[in-house]
Write a protein that binds this ligand. Structure first.
Ligand code: GLY
Length: 317
């Protein structure tokens, strides 16, 4: 028995790679790292890794995290620049007893010392998006339409669970801004005795609910991952609206240690990728409904083709 679930269509190639590894008996840490690296390396995903959109100073600052659900080891980097695969640095940090969450220059110094690949992560395409946004003078920072953080939860044949995330955060964020993705309990959580969860959306709001931990806590109480996701997302969405007038984008994926999975969102357009011992890698589209209930259906061939076409279309400045 094995499984892997991830936020957004952009994770499909990574999930396919990870699923192939898990089928061969790979470790959940190796599979999740390889899967996230696949997304980080693809230049047309503008919210993760190479090609990620820059902060207001035109610098690409990346956040990533890794959690081992057997040992509860956590490693994370935030606002790291010029390294190709932040998730691998996060995983390496998870083996440290102390100093396992590093930011900015400290994270870069660690990565250099450990021999991780340096790379200029700012592409010409990302620069074009930056110039376009400057002209449009948009004020409100929002997660990018259609994709943002890649977050994954993985279960291997030995019952080990892991979670990992990687993101360039909000486009035009302030230098040094950190979202939910490298924050344990908010952007991700994994406990092999229960399951794991990971988030995508507006970090500032996701953090207010420690939402990944909350989903794992609900699964520990016996809820199916689908119920746990719907309950946690519904509650946080309501609380935010009641107390603050509005809620940012909140989308979650989860899997328990039986390989059962669930998702929930408060937005239209959330997609996710999933694979397991009984299911080929597939992309589903989620529709939020009444009482936080969510329905989902497999993405059509047309949707999949259109997705790639729009991701790779020239940037009109
Ligand atoms: N969810 C990604 C971020 O807010 O940075």
């Amino acid at each position: 028995m094995w499984g892997m679930i991830a936020t957004w269509r952009m994770a499909l190639e990574g999930v396919t790679k990870g699923a192939g590894m898990l089928e061969q008996g790979a470790d959940a840490g190796d599979a999740v790292e390889a899967a996230i690296r696949e997304v980080e390396d693809f230049p047309y995903y503008k919210s993760v890794g190479y090609g990620g959109l820059p902060n207001e100073d035109m610098e690409v600052e990346l956040d990533a995290a890794y959690m081992d659900g057997d040992t509860l080891d956590v490693g994370a980097v935030a606002a790291i620049r010029d390294y190709a695969n932040p998730v691998s640095i996060a995983r390496r940090l998870s083996r440290e007893k102390v100093n396992s969450v590093l930011v900015g220059e400290g994270a870069e110094r660690f990565a250099h010392k450990e021999g991780f690949e340096r790379k200029n992560m700012l592409t010409d395409r990302a620069k074009a998006f930056y110039r376009k946004r400057k002209k449009e003078d948009e004020q409100e920072l929002r997660p990018y339409a259609g994709h943002d953080t890649v977050g994954m939860v993985c279960l291997d044949c030995k019952g080990k669970m892991t979670a990992a995330t990687s993101t360039s955060g909000l486009f035009m964020k302030k230098k040094g801004r950190v979202g939910d993705s490298p924050i344990v309990g908010s952007g991700f959580y994994a406990d092999s005795k229960v399951g794991g969860a990971s988030a995508t959306g507006l970090g500032e709001d996701l953090m207010k609910g420690c939402i990944s931990y909350e989903i794992v806590r609900l699964m520990k109480e016996g809820l199916h991952p689908q119920e746990a996701c719907e309950r946690a997302v519904g509650l946080l969405d309501r609380e935010l609206k009641e107390r603050r007038g509005k809620a940012g984008d909140l989308s979650l994926i989860a899997m328990n240690n039986k390989g059962e999975w669930g998702v929930a969102t408060n937005i239209q357009g959330f997609s996710f990728a999933v694979a397991s011992w009984g299911e080929e890698p597939k992309v589903y589209l989620v529709t939020p409904g009444e009482d936080s209930r969510c329905t989902f259906e497999e993405a059509s061939q047309e949707w999949m083709e259109d997705y790639m076409r729009t991701r790779m279309a020239p940037v009109e400045e």
